[in-house]
Design a protein around this ligand. Structure first.
Ligand code: PLP
Length: 358
């Protein structure tokens, strides 16, 4: 088979990589930007490229200041450290939110956060769920609610409508709670909704964007907030071992991504929609293409782990979310030809399963 850009196009085991947008490789142009970056000692705030990135993200998110961190996970952890007043204080978030499921329990171990989870289909909850949680927490025997944690876009790639987001933050504020925005895919949400990043992010006490997801940098995330909070975040960055040295080499990739990889997220969204439409015509697959708002497609089959296992051998890398649901994520390493090829491989695998089943 002839493929251009083989390294980007395929993931591990030679599969078409719909596993995650975190697995993209830097393009040749991004690598060029990295080799010409001006560098300095980031820990002493002497790396000009990191400083430029921090200022740019602060402005983009409508905040005073920002700090470059190695990962989105550390942005969340530092957010929790900043906002959870004392161990045992409560954080309200969706049941599948990243700190609940994918941060090795760091929120509890290191920030003393007690998670109170809200059950939703698509990661979006409402002000009434904040009110309920706060009411249920009344009295001296309940944990003290401290923080509302929001992901934009959500784990299903859904985009919070601005009004819903505002209502949730207002409900939090009216009870003296703080608010933190996990923007691992914030720019996906912005491109899909035609919204400015600050329109979502500015109302939060802390907000961050990831550069290793759809933006295609090798790693890195930037956490924004007031100057005082970001100074405090710097303490935690040092405490956690997240203060680095000549990180301009990566910050330059992030700056490159802001300049070149944001508008193109619309292509990933169109590819995700095309994937969902194609999947919807395969017998045995359940999916609503209209529910696909950004670069994540969730579809259902009778036995998700079995199909994912079969496709891992048959050339498409996917994630089984549970017994029936499968997640596919589009990104800059996948073009429309890749989507078409993935569809035909899924179709074949479903036919094989169907023939074996009868
Ligand atoms: C990927 C992701 C993170 C963590 O980002 P890393 O940079 O991989 O640590 C946090 N939250 C959400 C919603 C994510 O998708």
């Amino acid at each position: 088979m002839q493929r251009k850009n083989t390294a980007e196009w395929k993931g591990r085991r030679g599969c078409i990589n719909l596993y995650s947008d975190s697995q993209t490789l830097p393009t040749a142009e991004m690598l060029r930007a990295m080799t010409s970056a001006q560098l300095g000692d980031e820990q002493r705030r002497l790396d000009p490229t990191v400083a430029e990135l921090e200022q740019r993200v602060a402005r983009l998110l409508g905040h005073e200041a920002a700090v470059f961190l190695p990962s989105g996970t550390m942005c969340n952890l530092i957010g929790l450290l900043l906002h959870v007043g004392s161990a045992g204080d409560e954080v309200l978030l969706e049941r599948g939110a990243h700190p609940v499921a994918f941060e090795a329990g760091g929120g509890a171990r290191l920030a003393g956060a007690m998670f109170r989870t809200v059950e939703t289909e698509n990661g979006i909850f409402g002000a009434s769920q904040v009110e309920e949680a706060v009411r249920a927490s009344g009295g001296s025997s309940a944990p003290r609610p401290r923080l509302v944690f929001v992901e934009q876009s959500t784990r299903t790639g859904s985009v919070w409508p601005l009004d819903t987001l505002r209502d949730v933050v207002e409900a939090a504020r009216s009870h003296g709670l703080r608010a933190h925005l996990d923007g691992a895919r914030l720019l996906n949400a912005c491109v899909a909704a035609g919204a400015e990043p600050a329109s979502y992010a500015a109302q939060f006490d802390t907000a961050w964007v990831d550069f290793t997801k759809g933006l295609g940098a090798p790693f890195g995330a930037v956490l924004a907030g007031s100057r005082g909070r970001i100074d405090e975040a710097w303490r935690y960055k040092k405490m956690l071992g997240g203060a680095m040295r000549q990180t301009g080499v990566v910050a330059s990739a992030c700056l490159y991504a802001l300049d070149h990889n944001v508008e193109r997220l619309a292509d990933d969204h169109a590819n995700a929609r095309a994937l969902a439409e194609g999947l919807s015509s395969i017998p045995g697959i359940g999916v609503d293409p209209l529910a696909v708002e950004t670069n994540i497609v969730v579809f259902s089959v009778d036995d998700a782990p079995a199909l994912v296992g079969e496709l891992a051998n048959g050339g498409v890398d996917l994630v089984a979310l549970d017994g029936h649901r499968i997640r596919a994520v589009t990104h800059l390493g996948i073009d429309r030809a890749g989507i078409d090829e993935a569809l035909s491989r899924v179709h074949e695998a479903m036919e094989r399963r169907y023939l074996l089943d009868v």
